[in-house]
Design a protein around this ligand. Sequence first.
Ligand SMILES: *Cc1c(COP(=O)(O)O)cnc(C)c1O
Length: 234
Amino acid sequence: MVEENLRLVKERIERKCAEVKRNPSEIKLIAVSKNFGIEAINHVFNQGNVDFGENKAQELDSKYSQLGNKISWHFIGNLQRNKVRFVVNSADYIHSVDSLMLAVEINKRAASLNKIQKVLLEIKTSFEDSKAGLNEYSEIKDLADYCKEFENISLIGLMTIAPFTDDVNLIKKSFSHLRKLRERLNADNLNIKELSMGMTSDFEIAIEEGATMLRIGSAIFGERDYSKSWKEIV
Ligand SMILES: *Cc1c(COP(=O)(O)O)cnc(C)c1O
């Protein structure tokens, strides 16, 4: 079942890439496995060529200790400072850096592990109050400059979550805003490559707007069952 879902998702990515004349090999697929157990993750992993994403520090920690570093893990959730150590220990990428305080802590933990932590800045590109992330250019630029200074952080990209809406134009605007922001930062001498944008409901739009990392959960694993906590699943 998950194997077939993954195949269909890859097919949709390839079809969209062909349509907008992009090379699928420049897009990293992140299977978002939150709320799914080790067995489902292994089924997807065995199909090859896919990274995994988690949004809770302890859930990631638990899965990491069972599956280890055969998997390239992405942390995509809201990150509290006191959970940074779990995440730096297990994640190759942290997509949700949105404050200097957090960056300082990540840099410190990464230094203690002798690791260069790859990070993305989380940007708020919609006007929904519920969404996390940075939104003022000066704030974003300042944090990007600090990240460049930190020896144990490598700033590689920007991440956003589109507004929850059926209005395709609003979603497109949110993704194109992220792309333009990368261009503006790069014109200001930052060297940022990755755009982490696009989920189950909007990843084709994200590909059109230049996404290089797609975070796809339910189209691969099925609907999440929030009646169980991850502790009962993992
Ligand atoms: C859960 C989650 C996703 C994946 O969501 P789906 O709609 O299931 O594809 C992507 N990004 C973030 C930040 C998430 O928390």
